[in-house]
Design a protein around this ligand. Structure first.
Ligand SMILES: C[S@@+](CC[C@H](N)C(=O)[O-])C[C@H]1O[C@@H](n2cnc3c(N)ncnc32)[C@H](O)[C@@H]1O
Length: 280
């Protein structure tokens, strides 16, 4: 959390506890309206209201403060959140690199911290590529890519109906409806209905994408690019991901060459979200 918030809380929270106030937190939204998502350690529970109000005074666009009540869980990769202060309506319009994403962090997965990664993928995409974005959430990847590469055609598959509905709205908001199609459903089931192959397939589901490699590889054109995300221990960040991907290509009688290894973000001192790109 910023120095401003700690200073705002001086004299309100005892000195020894003040150091426990977070230094950084996620803000989702725009200059007009944003939601802050914070973690409140047990020792600060009595002061959570004071912390939330201090945050809103310092960061004037923050209209609601939510506290993380659990880790990400379940197929939708959402978490329990509790409103500590502010507006109970936590739907926002998040702005990022010329795009706008409407979403409610209470019902969908979205990470503002992954903007740089989305930019890297948009840069790597060839204009004219046909792409498949599995696990597409509210659509940040297909929309960033389509905005960057006007010749791209993208299909986005998402299981969470809230996220899918936001994706449909976001496609419209960003005026990429002629190039991006959103499909609601399980990747495994939707894959059977697609009837074509892709130049580039994205698998942004670090905890579980490997279970869908048998679906993804047959949908990739020969020589196409697979962007595979994985949850990996810091002592061996890419080994398991590479083995899984290479084995999936071998199953199809193809050989994968790993062309890129990226540390995307750190979950905890021991675990990372990583991406490997494979061509095959
Ligand atoms: C880690 S989130 C990433 C969302 C989005 N790509 C983003 O970057 O914001 C993974 C998403 O995959 C979706 N998902 C999980 N299992 C799925 C499945 N079998 N078929 C389709 N979507 C699935 C979840 O609902 C969630 O929105």
């Amino acid at each position: 959390m910023s120095r401003g918030v700690r200073e705002e809380l001086r004299g309100v929270i005892p000195g020894d506890l003040l150091d426990l106030v977070q230094r950084s937190f996620d803000i989702v939204g725009s200059k007009q309206k944003a939601v802050a998502i914070i973690e409140v350690p047990e020792d600060l529970r009595d002061y959570e209201g004071a912390i939330a109000h201090a945050l809103m005074r310092v960061q004037k666009n923050v209209a609601s403060v939510l506290s993380k009540e659990s880790g990400r869980a379940g197929e939708f990769r959402t978490r329990e959140m509790r409103l500590i202060a502010g507006d109970p309506d936590t739907e926002v319009l998040h702005r990022e690199s010329g795009c706008a994403f409407r979403l409610d962090p209470k019902t969908v997965y979205f990470s503002p911290r992954e903007s740089q990664e989305r930019g890297r993928i948009a840069e790597a995409t060839g204009d004219g590529d046909e792409i498949l974005v599995m696990f597409s959430g509210v659509g940040p990847l297909p929309i960033r890519i389509a905005k960057h590469c006007p010749g791209v055609r993208a299909t986005a598959i998402e299981l969470n109906p809230y996220a899918h509905n936001y994706c449909v709205e976001n496609i419209y908001l960003n005026r990429v409806g002629d190039r991006v199609e959103a499909v609601l459903g399980d990747v495994r089931e939707v894959a059977e209905t697609l009837g074509r192959r892709y130049d580039r397939i994205l698998m942004p589901l670090p905890k579980g994408a490997h279970m869908f490699l048998d679906v993804a590889v047959p949908l990739l054109r020969d020589g196409g690019v697979l962007h595979f995300y994985h949850w990996a221990p810091s002592e061996d960040m890419f080994g398991e991901a590479e083995e899984l991907v290479k084995a999936a290509f071998r199953e199809e009688g193809r050989e994968a060459v790993v062309t890129e290894r990226v540390k995307v973000s750190q979950y905890s001192p021991r675990y990372w979200k990583v991406r490997i790109d494979a061509v095959g």
